[in-house]
Write a protein that binds this ligand. Structure first.
Ligand code: HEM
Length: 142
């Protein structure tokens, strides 16, 4: 299942890339529509550069996390800590990852399959484990 899941997660981004030029405006429009309070967090990002850069790092991390997991698990733990400096609480991470999934589902429309849905659902649960356990000493494999 993990290999199949990696393929499905990758496929979801690949199909979206074929169907839409840039996910960035779609992801943040959905995020701010569903969670208007989150727009305030980005008050420093007047030219939208941080939002774009952040999403591209999130997508890279999700792809790594779904696959080889070379760095993404610890990166997520680090970002939970560094984002405290931006007043971003940990529970918002699940919202953001879920918004990426929902945006893909919207873009893929009828090409979104139950298998993709299942792959994303299980990935979101695993991602959240590292958000809620940012202390790396607790998550080092024995
Ligand atoms: C794994 C998840 C995340 C990653 C990899 C990530 C990555 C980053 C990076 C690299 C920056 C700095 C960009 C730059 O200065 O050019 C940043 C800034 C920021 N991120 Fe994230 N981020 C993540 C999750 C989140 C979440 C869930 C939120 C809340 C919606 C969030 C809100 C912000 C804010 C408000 C800033 C600062 C904007 C500013 O004041 O300039 N991030 N993030």
């Amino acid at each position: 299942m993990p290999d199949q899941r990696e393929a499905l997660i990758t496929e979801s981004f690949e199909i979206a890339a074929d169907l839409c030029e840039d996910l960035t405006p779609l992801v943040y429009a959905r995020l701010f529509r569903e969670h208007p309070d989150m727009e305030l967090l980005f008050w420093r990002d007047k030219n939208h550069q941080v939002k774009g850069e952040m999403l591209s790092r999130v997508i890279s991390a999700v792809l790594d996390f779904a696959g080889e997991r070379l760095y993404a698990a610890t990166m997520i733990q680090c970002e939970v800590i560094t984002h405290e400096g931006y007043d971003v609480p940990p529970d918002v991470f699940a919202v953001f990852f879920g918004t990426v999934r929902d945006t893909l589902r919207g873009v893929l429309a009828e090409r979104w399959t139950p298998a993709l849905d299942q792959a994303w659902a299980s990935l979101l649960i695993e991602l959240d484990f590292y958000v809620t356990h940012p202390d790396q000493s607790q998550t080092i494999p024995a």
